[in-house]
Design a protein around this ligand. Structure first.
Ligand code: IPE
Ligand code: IPE
Ligand code: MG
Length: 255
């Protein structure tokens, strides 16, 4: 008798509709709406953040299944430090537990994990876990999962300029400064331009995310609150992206 097939291994129902030749190289997500999700249920905001972790797992799994090379998730902005200390502390505790729980899976898997942002500002317990995981998965060839933590697009550009000027002062920068030079000084210089930027919770703004890298990204705003985000949303976003016409300032019939 044939073995019953593991439901988890079945391809996603939308997988067959994807055009493999037109996959985005880099998908970036602004994971927003955790607080509202909790409020709508009469729960504390942190409960929304907790539920948001399932959505993170769904997005990562979908990106892996589809074969997206780069997935970047906005988890904590430089501006989020303005929030009440209790929420900030609870958020980082949650991240710490998530990293501990997922450690084995992430280390043994096919994910290259790393962070972007002013991570020196993060609690030491979180920092050491992030560093450890980045080191252990640094050479993995698979999905590059970048977590943006204490991240700001303007801070990234300001930090790049600062280091560039220091290098120039020490005679380490003698070439002409162009876009390529700036790219080399970003937090993750190999991170390609974002092709698709998804934001949940119906807010039509960038909130200081990947300002340099989103120059020509296709934008997708979903009304769904982040904890309700599923693999279906991810697949549908890719399908929608594939129906778009990207022109980069050129014209359609240009040869
Ligand atoms: C996004 O959800 C998660 C973080 C910014 C850390 P929010 O906490 O911003 O939730 P809303 O936008 O208040 O609903
Ligand atoms: C953006 O969400 C930051 C993250 C998702 C980490 P926010 O909730 O902080 O953004 P605003 O304040 O609505 O612009
Ligand atoms: Mg928000």
């Amino acid at each position: 008798m044939p073995e019953p097939r593991d439901a988890a291994k079945q391809p996603h129902p939308l997988a067959g509709l994807l055009d493999r030749r037109k996959l985005p190289r880099h998908v970036a997500i602004i994971m927003d709406g955790n607080g509202r999700w909790a409020k709508a249920r009469g729960l504390a905001r942190i409960e929304g953040h907790k539920s948001g972790i399932n959505a993170v797992k769904a997005a990562v799994e979908a990106a892996e299944e589809i074969g997206i090379p780069y997935l970047t998730l906005y988890a904590f902005s430089v501006e989020n430090w303005k929030r009440p200390e209790t929420e900030v502390r609870a958020l980082f505790k949650l991240l710490e537990h998530y990293l501990d729980r997922e450690k084995k899976k992430l280390e043994g898997g096919k994910i290259r994990f790393r962070t972007i942002g002013r991570t020196a500002d993060l609690p030491p317990r979180v920092r050491s876990r992030l560093k450890d995981l980045s080191l252990k998965t640094g050479k993995v060839e698979g999905l590059t999962l970048t977590l943006a933590l204490s991240y700001g697009g303007r801070s990234e550009i300001a930090d790049a300029v600062k280091t560039m000027v220091e290098d120039a002062r020490h005679g380490k920068l003698d070439r002409e400064i162009n876009e390529e030079t700036v790219q080399k000084y970003l937090y993750a210089p190999d991170l390609p331009d974002a092709d698709l930027l998804i934001r949940t919770s119906g807010e039509y703004r960038i909130s200081n995310f990947l300002l340099w890298q989103v120059a020509y990204a296709e934008l997708m705003i979903l009304d769904t609150l982040w904890p309700d985000f599923t693999k279906d949303h991810f697949y549908e976003a890719i399908l929608d992206y594939q129906r778009r016409e990207r022109r980069y300032g050129g014209i359609v019939d240009q040869d």
